[in-house]
Ligand binder design. Sequence first.
Ligand code: HEM
Length: 421
Amino acid sequence: MGFFDELAEYGDVVHCEFPRIDAVAVFHPEYIGDVLLGQGTYERWNFDELKELLDYEIAPRGLTFTRGEEWKQQRHFLQPMFGLDRLEGFSSAMVAATERLVDQWDDGEEIVLNEEFSRLTLSILTNSLFDFDLGENRQVITDAADELQTMADMSGFGAVEMLLPSWVPTHRNRRYTQAMDAFDATVETLIEQRRANPDEYEDLLTMMLEKEDDHEYSMSDEEIHDHLITFLIAGHETTAMALTFTWLLLGSNPEDYDRLETEVTTVLDGPPTADDLSDLPVTEHVAKEAMRMYPPAGMLFREATEETELGGYRIPEGTKVLLPQFTVHADDRWFDAPEEFRPERFSEDRSDQRPDFAYFPFGGGPHQCIGMHFAMMELKHIIPILARRVDFELLSSPEPEVNMELTLQPSEDVRMRVHKR
Ligand code: HEM
């Protein structure tokens, strides 16, 4: 991240080279918009070079890796499942999972917050993807999500292991293969169950199967499988990190915490419902500001598919284009005192004064996060419930170092002591 801060000193479009890779980093919102909206000229960088080197692919037919027409069809098909009207049905499950988590904590208990949030968001996601009654299959799905996360861990020995091809029987590769085999078998069973009893379930998996009779487009089992893996990876650690950094920042900004507490105790008389969510501006601003300072996705990656021009510079075909959110979100041209936690900068009138794409935690353009409403809904359920029921006492550093892994992560566990109200 420091490297990108230094690059930004050279301008808004900066050439940089990595072994075998020619790239430009882009720091100006206008040019970021050109890239994200320039669908014919820029495609998602799929890391094909890296995949060849490592000899493994995760969910190649899932929404985060497909391109062109295949991606367009999938996105068109999946989009309605993530619309606000559909998501409202998941509200009570979000509340139940959060209440359960708080109930499990003892007053005075020391917890690792990032792990607790990771479990919480995974449980919400698995409930939404696969209905609530997962029984013994839950562990298989949790294990698969854990192993996928470990495979992406580049820190320490992980980086060395990661460079070994998937057929090398390292401990990590063996565990990964076992977990994924169990996951594949479980998903097959779940798909069969839903095909046999289509009216019994109301989960995202059923929605994916629903349109099979629609002759326009239907999904193969392989695609469904890859989408499920994609949602598991893209959808839980990102939200967990947004929550972790929200609480880290609230821990060292007591006035903002007081404002949040006032909102959730005056507007709500219990856990929020889907109808309450538009009446919680402080909650929303706090979450948005945390994602400004610590954007969970960290950086977006594109590739120029033809020669083009960006900000007055020639961009040859094949150039990789890097959009580092964490540097752009900390630019004092768009954010006063960017190092300070100031949730009120997300009030409507102040947001309107900023250029588009100065803030883009969920990306933008056609590939904008499909789970954005789902994630915001989760944050706006979980934050108020916690603020109403517990106080957290921060035991670790209020400003931990951060690592760029699959998501932006604190380099050390965030430890808190729970004080129940
Ligand atoms: C705070 C939480 C989240 C953050 C910050 C986040 C961030 C992002 C970003 C920045 C992108 C765009 C990537 C690009 O343009 O290259 C993206 C795409 C995506 N996200 Fe999220 N995400 C979050 C939660 C979720 C959830 C909950 C789901 C699913 C349930 C999800 C599924 C996806 C998928 C499938 C894509 C690919 C979309 C496409 O290319 O059409 N995300 N996300």
